[in-house]
Write a protein that binds this ligand. Structure first.
Ligand SMILES: Cc1cc2nc3c(=O)[nH]c(=O)nc-3n(C[C@H](O)[C@H](O)[C@H](O)COP(=O)(O)O)c2cc1C
Length: 406
């Protein structure tokens, strides 16, 4: 999802750093819009680093992109946390004196506010009236909680915890249920082929794109088995909380092939998003290879091909099953990348192939992705760019339209 997080001038802004992190880790594309006062509490650098997008408070930057309305128009969800008494008043009055104000007026997405202020400010009739006005316009209000407040007082006014705000906010977005009834198998992460008891041939895949595919499918109603090779801990923890996602672990290519063959036996859609090693050591040493044993300045490691899991799955696909492969390419030229993708889709016999460019800074490990989706029949179906969750939703859209056209 494309989520805008507005941050306003209260101490609780520091908790919103964690809130943004939770959303980014879950694969959402997050754009932070602080007020000028918010930046006195947490600086621009933190918001840019944590959201991985440029941040500004002003309507006068990136004017050519019409930023003062563009973010609001693109948003699927807007969260304001913390929401100060001043910002609640501005929202109720419809003021548009900064980027957050214009965005809130321009958006048609659900808006969730998490007020935070001293109990006296929260209880004031002006604030009560402003909150009532916002509620009557459909704004969702989360909290505030009762507890210790800045300055030593306590009472209602504490911003709710980031986890609570995130759960409440995601719950108000109208759910898509277009994958309901489908059994889906997704692989994610990088395989590791042993060389000796402590070393392996692996890759830098974090598993984020596969986890985002699993979460997106489950959110849209599918029952999902995620076959996880080596996936970053935070990424796996996040997706494993989803009630419709089952996790299976697989370390090596053979383990992944066996797990995928089993789950594909009952799946309507199979998506191979794992980064699978093409080669493995011809011999695995029982003992740790050491400089002493090698006895020279050079060692040669002989590698042999691993089985092609995707081609095998496509070969054995059940009637009506859709098989999707991912291809990570270092090809920089966009047309050449598409050519490679089309050739690969045909060679592997898959229904769809999602090609993305990887490199030292692109693809693996990043929260963003840019892909082209081609069909095994030789058509370029779609291009998608943005957060891995957004890309995941585009892949599922392509899967659904491919299934409809059969
Ligand atoms: C240390 C400190 C803490 C503050 N905490 C809050 C707060 O929690 N809630 C609030 O409504 N205002 C708080 N304020 C006041 C706001 O920062 C002030 O009203 C500001 O104009 C809000 O602007 P904004 O809503 O555009 O960010 C605080 C001010 C200071 C100096």
């Amino acid at each position: 999802m494309f989520i805008v997080v507005g941050v306003t001038g209260g101490i609780a802004a520091y908790k919103t750093v964690h809130l943004v992190r939770l959303l980014v880790t879950a694969g959402h594309e997050v754009h932070v819009i602080p007020t000028e006062d918010a930046l006195r509490f947490v600086g621009l650098t933190t918001w840019e680093a944590i959201s991985r997008h440029p941040v500004t408070t002003s309507v006068h930057e990136d004017v050519a992109e019409v930023r003062h309305v563009a973010l609001g128009r693109r948003a699927d969800l807007v969260i304001v946390a913390p929401a100060t008494a001043h910002t609640l008043a501005s929202m109720a009055a419809g003021l548009a004196s900064d980027l957050l104000g214009t965005t809130l007026l321009a958006t048609s997405a659900p808006v969730v506010v998490a007020p935070a202020m001293h109990s006296g400010m929260w209880a004031h009739p002006a604030t009560r009236a402003n909150v009532a006005t916002l509620r009557s316009r459909g704004v969702h209000v989360v909290g505030p909680d009762d507890g210790a407040l800045t300055g030593g007082d306590s009472g209602p006014g504490r911003m709710s915890e980031p986890e609570t705000i995130v759960a409440a906010a995601l719950a108000v977005v109208p759910a898509r249920s277009d994958l309901t009834g489908l059994e889906v198998a997704v692989s994610a992460g990088g395989t590791r082929e042993p060389i000796d008891p402590v070393r392996f041939v692996g890759n830098r895949s974090s598993g984020r794109q596969g986890a985002a595919l699993a979460a997106a499918a489950a959110d849209r109603g599918a029952d999902v088995t995620l076959v996880a090779a080596h996936v970053d801990d935070g990424v796996l923890a996040e997706v494993s909380r989803h009630p419709r996602v089952r996790i299976r672990r697989a370390g090596t290519v053979d383990e992944l092939a066996a797990a995928m063959a089993e789950v594909a036996g009952v799946a309507d859609v199979v998506v191979m998003a794992a980064a699978v090693s093409d080669y493995r050591a011809a011999e695995v040493s029982e003992r740790k290879l050491s400089k002493e044993d090698a006895g020279g300045d050079e060692v040669t490691l002989r590698l042999v091909r691993t089985p092609d899991i995707v081609a095998g799955l496509a070969d054995r696909r059940r009637p009506g099953q859709t098989v999707v492969a991912f291809a990570a390419e270092t090809e920089a030229d966009p047309d050449a990348l598409v050519d490679r993708a089309l050739r690969k889709a045909a060679r592997k016999g898959v229904d769809l192939l999602v090609a993305n460019r990887v490199g030292w800074t692109a693809g693996f490990g990043s929260s963003e992705n840019a892909v082209v989706i081609v069909s095994g029949a030789g058509d370029v179906l779609a291009r998608a760019e943005g957060g891995k969750r957004e890309v995941a939703d585009s892949v599922w859209d392509a899967v659904l339209s491919a299934r409809l056209q059969r």
